[in-house]
Write a protein that binds this ligand. Structure first.
Ligand SMILES: *[C@@H]1O[C@H](CO)[C@@H](O)[C@H](O)[C@H]1NC(C)=O
Length: 367
């Protein structure tokens, strides 16, 4: 554009303004028609607040201490990965499905269905009370779709859905609050780790096919993070100094390797669609192994962990968090800080991790 501008001062000014506008236009134009998020507490924007009986709420200070709306139910000091991602692709921060004002034109840029403690299996996380397991999150998406049908023509909707981004990040609670909790859940007595991962992937694949049948085409599927590195696990397990609980991580990796295979299979079965695997293990270990490169200093304790041993999963109401929040990998004993969420969102958006099979979110938008 610059090359077309005449050197005359007036034209130069007009040109500069035009370039400015086209730049703003490029920034503001959403790269997807909408974004739909399915997941657990790493993505929950406050859906669980609307349940009466649940032990997984974080609508109290110091949660949200760095968020413009204060405590919202996000398990973080500030924004979640999905909040940053929405901004990176030019969309507004997505509303929580369960928020009563999430209807009408408020659903046009997408909805966030993620629910803390939720898993792929309906039973996972039931120790915490009410939550939306993945099956109900899919059901809730269908409700949104019915609302969209009142606002759009059918052919318009199919184009709209084909250019929407689905972000799914779920499965941790099938381990943390199911398989790795043998006192409460039977799954580890019934299944070997491999068989359990197969069971999860079978259900997961079924839900993906359901969403594909409804018209969605672009899927970004985040693997399970290395649970054995959370301050909580480090405090109850027995890891050698400076290391993670590898037995927990190995079990969770079985899920991830099967998810990668599923992504390969789905891409060859559905040429009109994109399925991408988000390599959360790789992201996490990059941060943990090179903290200084990212401005981090503490990787094994939460900024707001409780007590010397981090034995509480969550930050307690009105607990005073650490002052230098951006230097911590973990905010509480299980969830990353806003600083880390921003780095990860950027990697998912336009990073070039070898395992981000087969592409990043920016490339998904362009195809
Ligand atoms: C990724 O996007 C950001 C802007 O959001 C930009 O600053 C950065 O240079 C990009 N990185 C790559 C590798 O393209």
């Amino acid at each position: 554009m610059e090359s077309q501008c005449s050197p005359s001062i007036v034209l130069l000014i007009i040109c500069t303004i035009l370039i400015g506008f086209s730049w703003i236009g490029a920034m503001a134009k959403p790269q997807f028609t909408a974004m739909y998020v399915f997941g657990d507490s790493l993505s929950d924007p406050g859906n669980n607040l609307y349940f009466h009986i649940t032990a997984t709420k974080s609508n109290y200070f110091p949660y949200g201490i760095d968020f413009h709306d204060g405590p919202t139910g996000r398990f973080c000091n500030g924004k979640l990965i999905v909040d940053f991602l929405a901004e990176l692709v030019g969309l507004p921060i997505l509303p929580a499905y369960e928020n009563p004002s999430t209807n009408g034109e408020n659903i046009l840029f997408g909805v966030n269905y993620a629910s803390s403690a939720a898993g792929i299996l309906d039973e996972s996380g039931s120790n915490f009370g009410h939550r939306f397991p993945l099956s109900e999150q899919i059901q809730n998406f269908k409700n949104t779709l019915n609302q969209l049908r009142n606002q759009m023509e059918e052919d318009e909707i199919s184009k709209y859905l084909a250019n929407a981004l689905v972000l799914m990040a779920i499965g941790s609670n099938d381990y943390i609050n199911n398989y790795l909790m043998p006192q409460i859940f039977k799954s580890s007595h019934l299944y070997s780790p491999g068989d359990f991962a197969d069971l999860l992937i079978k259900q997961y694949a079924g839900y993906l096919l359901e969403l594909h049948n409804l018209g969605l085409r672009k899927f970004y599927l985040v693997g399970n993070p290395p649970y054995g590195c959370t301050p909580f696990q480090l405090s109850i397990g027995h890891a050698p100094p400076g290391q993670c609980i590898s037995s927990s991580n190995n079990i969770v990796e079985m899920f991830n390797s099967r998810l990668k295979s599923l992504v390969l299979r789905l891409n060859s079965n559905f040429q009109d669609s994109q399925f991408v695997f988000g390599p959360s293990f790789q992201w996490f270990f990059e941060l943990r192994d090179n903290p200084f490169a990212y401005g981090l200093k503490v990787t094994d304790k939460g900024c707001c962990s409780y007590g010397p041993k981090n034995l509480e999963l969550l930050c307690l109401p009105s607990q005073i968090p650490c002052a230098n929040r951006d230097q911590y990998l973990f905010w509480d004993s299980a969830h990353p800080t806003q600083a880390v969420n921003q780095i990860i969102a950027q990697w998912a958006y336009n990073g070039s991790f070898s395992n981000a099979y087969p592409r990043n979110i920016q490339q998904m938008a362009q195809m």
